[in-house]
Design a protein around this ligand. Structure first.
Ligand code: B3K
Ligand code: ZN
Length: 877
């Protein structure tokens, strides 16, 4: 049978409806670890647009075909033909029931796609194309079927057996086996199918919908960790309520289940009524998880829940439309988190993620529009571009048409498309129709890759009191897209007086000012906006709340940045002003050979942030962080590794020393003496306190180390404990080794905490980190068989510039060696690890050659997976 290794290019323009529709799927799944038998019965209907005699094309891979019959009559061997991706069945009849018997091997399914075992628990992952590893099927999202699933398993090892929808029947069988039948009334694409069986602990709760229906909520996990699922349950209830209030969307089944498993390629999966989660996205208890973990669990629970409408009820016609569900659902989870916590801090985090993860993607060899035009392996396109930039595109629609019209557009989208598999175009059209706005040019955001650049020139005419902003936009060429057109960009802005007051905004041609903040719309390559009625030259606050995913160039003076940092109404731009102040010192330091010194302006800015910290400690914690290596690297055509690391380290030391008393005072001020509290306020205080601790150990300081040691010994929660451990490791104090040992000994039976322990060591900021990571590879707790563990050691290392970009290339070699070990087992994980190696272009000649050589080494492997092949070959193109 097809092994799934074809490397052909799939193109969006080639989309064609299938000749047949599978309307119903009945599955009999007989679970055995090494040989699971699946009998599938597909009820087929001819597509009226297709010719009568068309073959039925079914996808299938990594399975054994046993037999097939049509309406009870066995098929001739000539009626079943092999194709590149499965089989073609001849002689199909409208309304016919095709029964196929097939076998798969869950125990040896190390790709974690299809049906596999995670610590003895049978589970599935079908998105994007995993269902074809369970049953021969039309494994494409535009084919939606209702499912009836009968699971047979061992009573002892699989007391719990679950699938989508509602349980309808269960019973005992001879030989210690039993069965359960599930029915899902909502037609769904195969990628949303799920099945779980195992010995699982259960946490149960309920939620009453606004129309008064009681929904049974269940979270399953391995027994030992079920008490760590409470936060996920609370998050689920908050999400259900929020979606009713913010979007008018109510849950549609009587049962909602989440199952947490420890072996999972990504965070979680939104299967209808039966979400399957990575334990890393489910478990959170204060002693084992940090505040950041708590937020991450809440976010992912919400995201998967929100998919029930944006993804499941309305799904994608084909995989090129992935951002239809992902961009929209990320935007929804961003709104949710903003409502649950601090909106400004959330926005800052989202923008950091975009700049550090998506901008490089947009500038790299795999760059693609949020709606790609082609792919070799669709799993390579679950990217920051499709997700996070996709969310920015939805956010821009929200900004352009306003919240009311946006909500009307959402309502119209569901009114038109509930139960359908649709396209991004359908979504934009609903927004257009509901708002009456023309989004014609805006659609280019869906087809054009690359990060646009806005350059702003400003001029003030004191005689007429007019202030002009001349804005130029352009998008640099990206892989396969040399020419770019101007985009429709919402630019939110305000103007400040020199003493920091928000000024009324009146554009040329207007008779009166319209508030102190407004959204300008850029559509041309060059546009001029003139504001009237100003007494003196204002300070512009542009791209407030990061109203578009662009790079903005404007030459501010230091004192203007200080003014924005101290007084802008827009919290995001206050943060951004501080970042720019720091960035400019860092870049000066890079140009000076790798040594940066804190300026008075930056010291004053940090002091101001610390002085204001009591009002918003979580914001302050973000505002005293320096821009990352990755973001600094984007500011110059060539990434100067030594220059940037040198500048960042020296600036860190300088700020540590110059503000020593401030860090100490901040630490003492925000150090809660009482017992642990989980609320936002307490988490914010921990954030700024631990940030102060981090800063104080960047330069030798015995008192700071003593603080870290004391905190490490006494902490009653993981946030504080881990922050103290990090501080000790950062300080390079000899006590760090024993703290690492203590930490491991205490937590060795909590895999997620052990991941943190690996990750912390893999992120150490020095060249010696490679030796550490090589040593840890042989640690008894290390395994390449668990994606979380691989990411925590190898993935973290591959994103640690000090080790990965070592001048001798040993970092690159180490990562590629691991990729080649993982690839035959789990191509999705391997391909994810390969991305940093593919982005060699902005590095110096020598490093580029070293990285290329590693990619060529991979390409020379005849058995390289399609996933890795696509990344390596596109990178070398
Ligand atoms: N839809 C899944 C991701 C599936 C990834 C397949 N390689 C999780 C999510 O975005 O919610
Ligand atoms: Zn999603």
């Amino acid at each position: 049978m097809a092994d799934g290794s074809t490397r052909s290019i799939i193109r969006r323009e080639d989309y064609r409806e299938p000749d047949w529709w599978t309307r119903q799927i009945e599955l009999d799944v007989d679970l055995k670890p090494l040989e699971t038998t699946v009998v599938s019965r597909l009820t087929l209907e001819r597509n009226v647009k297709s010719p009568a005699g068309a073959d039925l094309l079914l996808d299938g891979e990594a399975m054994t075909f046993v037999s097939a019959s049509l309406d009870g009559v066995p098929l001739d061997p000539q009626q079943v033909e092999r194709t590149a991706t499965g089989i073609a069945v001849k002689g199909m009849r409208d309304g016919g029931v095709l029964e196929i018997t097939q076998r798969c091997d869950p125990r040896n399914n190390t790709a974690l796609s299809g049906l596999y075992l995670s610590n003895g628990i049978f589970c599935t992952q079908c998105e994007a194309e995993g269902f074809r590893r369970i049953a021969f099927s039309q494994d494409r999202p535009d084919v939606m079927s209702t499912y009836r699933v009968r699971i047979t398993g061992d009573r002892k090892s699989c007391p719990v057996m679950l699938s989508n929808g509602n349980p309808v029947e269960q019973g005992d069988l001879p030989d210690g086996r039993h069965y359960a039948v599930w029915e899902d009334p909502f037609p769904k694409p195969s990628y949303l199918f799920a099945l779980v069986a195992g010995d699982l602990g259960l946490l149960q709760d309920s939620f009453t919908t606004r129309s008064g229906r009681v929904v049974d909520l269940r979270i399953y996990s391995e027994h030992a960790v079920i008490d760590q699922c409470r936060h996920a349950m609370e998050s689920l209830k908050k999400s259900m309520k929020w979606d009713e209030e913010a979007y008018g969307l109510e849950y549609d089944l009587d049962l909602f289940m989440i199952v947490a498993v420890s072996h999972f390629n990504m965070g979680a999966m939104e299967n209808k009524g039966l979400n399957i989660f990575n334990t890393s996205a489910t478990l959170a208890r204060a002693d084992t998880a940090t505040d950041a973990d708590f937020m991450q669990v809440e976010r992912i629970v919400a995201h998967e829940y929100f998919h029930n409408w944006t993804g499941n009820r309305v799904t994608c016609r084909d995989w090129f439309q992935l951002t239809l569900k992902e961009g929209l659902t990320v935007f929804r989870d961003q709104q949710f988190t903003a409502d649950m916590h601090s909106a400004a801090v959330k926005r800052i985090g989202d923008v950091q993620l975009l700049r550090e993860g998506q901008f490089p993607e947009d500038a790299g060899p795999m760059s693609h529009p949020i709606r790609p035009d082609s792919y070799v392996e669709i799993n390579n396109f679950y990217t920051r571009t499709v997700y996070e930039k996709g969310a920015e595109v939805i956010r821009m629609i929200h900004t352009l048409i306003g919240p009311k019209a946006y909500r009307a557009g959402i309502d119209l989208y569901f009114e038109r498309h509930d139960g359908q598999a649709v396209t991004c175009e359908d979504f934009v059209r609903a927004m257009e129709d509901a708002s009456g706005r023309d989004l014609g040019q805006f659609r280019r955001w869906y087809s054009q890759a690359g990060t646009p650049e806005l350059s702003v020139e400003r001029s003030f005419d004191p005689r007429s009191g007019s202030y002009a902003l001349e804005i130029t936009q352009g998008t640099p060429p990206t892989a396969g897209q040399p020419d770019k057109l101007p985009l429709h960009v919402p630019l939110r802005l305000g103007l400040l007086s020199r003493d920091g007051r928000p000024l009324p905004l009146m554009l040329e041609g207007e008779n009166e000012p319209q508030g102190t903040e407004r959204v300008l719309e850029l559509t041309g390559e060059r546009q001029r906006f003139v504001f009237k009625g100003l007494n003196s030259e204002p300070v512009p606050s542009l791209l407030r709340n990061f109203s578009a995913p662009v790079r903005l160039k404007l030459d501010y003076a230091d004192d203007e940045l200080a003014l924005l940092l101290g007084q802008d109404e827009d919290a995001f731009n206050r943060w951004e002003a501080g970042q720019q102040l720091a960035m400019r010192l860092i870049l000066r330091g890079v140009d000076a050979g790798g040594h940066a010194e804190a300026s008075d302006a930056l010291l004053a800015a940090f002091r101001k942030v610390l002085a204001d910290a009591p009002a918003d400690p979580a914001f302050a914690a973000r505002a005293v962080q320096l821009p990352s290596f990755t973001y600094v690297g984007q500011q110059r055509p060539v990434i100067d590794v030594e220059g940037i690391t040198g500048a960042l380290r020296s600036l860190q030391r300088g700020l540590s020393t110059a503000l020593r008393e401030d860090w100490a005072a901040t630490y003492e001020h925000f150090h809660d003496i009482g017992p642990f509290a989980a609320d936002n306020g307490a988490a914010g205080r921990r954030a700024i306190k631990n940030q102060a601790l981090f800063w104080s150990v960047q330069a030798p300081d015995a008192a700071a180390i003593a603080r870290a040691q004391r905190q490490f010994e006494r902490a009653d929660n993981m946030t504080d404990s881990f922050a103290a451990l990090r501080a000790l490791v950062e300080s390079r104090d000899p006590s760090a080794a024993s703290a690492l040992g203590t930490f491991y000994a205490r937590w060795q039976n909590e895999p997620l905490v052990v991941n943190k322990w690996f990750a912390l060591q893999a992120s150490a900021d020095d060249e010696g980190v490679l030796a550490t990571v090589e040593r840890l590879l042989h640690h008894p707790a290390f395994t390449l068989g668990n994606p979380n563990r691989v990411y925590s050691l190898v993935g973290v290392f591959a994103n640690n510039p000090a080790g990965f970009h070592r001048a001798d290339g040993a970092g690159y070699r180490f990562v590629m060696d691991r990729i080649l070990e993982v690839d035959p087992k789990n191509p999705q994980v391997a391909s994810r690890l390969m991305r940093p190696l593919g982005r060699f272009k902005p590095y110096d000649e020598r490093r580029r050659a070293l990285m290329r050589a590693e990619l060529e080494r991979a390409l020379a492997r005849p058995d390289l997976s399609r996933d890795c092949y696509e990344v390596a070959s596109k990178s070398l193109e």
